[in-house]
Ligand binder design. Structure first.
Ligand SMILES: [Zn+2]
Length: 251
């Protein structure tokens, strides 16, 4: 927190979603949060693993809460938590939703690690995807692939599935290149680029724009092909593997 006094404890409030938690000492946890106001925050929840904890289940992964924090010397400390949306419970009850939410949270953590500029947009995108996932509105895998394409676009890596991602020549094109950013024309296509089905390119475009009528009507074979291309695009641009993507079972 900028401008805080070094003499008095500084308290601040945020709307935040829990990305991840890990144990600290006997009863505490470090909570990795994505807040709409200050981007990613790592904070300590004291006594949260005790059954008598005042936080209850409010700081579990994918919970959206209104939090009060106190600035600390190294990590801030969570002093209050009021649940806003309990997506965590509906998500944790379904294994497929849980693995998808875990992959989304891991991606959000990587995308907001250094970038605070797009944090508000990333927060809204993730909370929207978690809400949709918890209600089972669409196939969990489609929600994941749409989230991945949109969160990368928000971070500055917008894929193109119509015009050539390199030279801009109007599409549709039949080749795909993750390094070049999506569909590529005949001249720009690097050797060995995959040639996905036309229906797969249309599905990818629908997932990026949030056209759910098209996405929900897609065939399984195109969903599977799209998922592979989205994964290659994410891995290329994040440069580090999103490990939990491998846990998502594709049906
Ligand atoms: Zn081109």
């Amino acid at each position: 927190m900028s401008g805080r006094s070094s003499f008095a404890a500084h308290t601040y409030r945020v709307d935040a979603v829990v990305l991840r938690t890990h144990k600290l000492g006997e009863a505490d946890r470090i909570i990795t949060l994505l807040s709409s106001q200050h981007g990613q925050i790592r904070a300590v929840a004291k006594g949260v693993r005790r059954t008598s904890s005042k936080f209850g289940g409010r700081l579990e992964p994918f919970m959206v809460s209104d939090l009060q924090l106190v600035s600390g010397r190294t990590l801030d400390i969570i002093s209050q938590a009021v649940t806003r949306s309990s997506y965590g419970q509906q998500i944790a009850a379904h294994y497929d939703r849980y693995t998808v939410a875990t992959a989304m949270a891991e991606t959000a953590e990587k995308l907001t690690d250094a970038d605070t500029e797009s944090a508000g947009a990333q927060y809204r995108l993730l909370v929207g995807a978690l809400a949709s996932l918890s209600r089972g509105e669409h196939s969990s895998e489609l929600i994941l692939d749409s989230y991945l394409l949109r969160s990368l676009a928000t971070a500055g890596w917008a894929a193109s599935f119509e015009d050539c991602a390199r030279c801009g020549r109007p599409g549709p094109h039949s080749a795909f290149s993750a390094p070049l950013g999506g569909a590529v024309c005949h001249d720009c296509r690097p050797p060995g680029s995959p040639s996905p089905a036309a229906a797969t390119m249309l599905l990818l475009a629908a997932l990026l724009s949030g056209d759910w009528a098209v996405a929900d009507a897609s065939e399984l074979v195109n969903r599977r092909e799209a998922a592979g291309l989205v994964a290659s695009f994410v891995q290329w641009h994040l440069e580090r593997n999103v490990r939990s993507l491998r846990l998502v079972e594709r049906d």
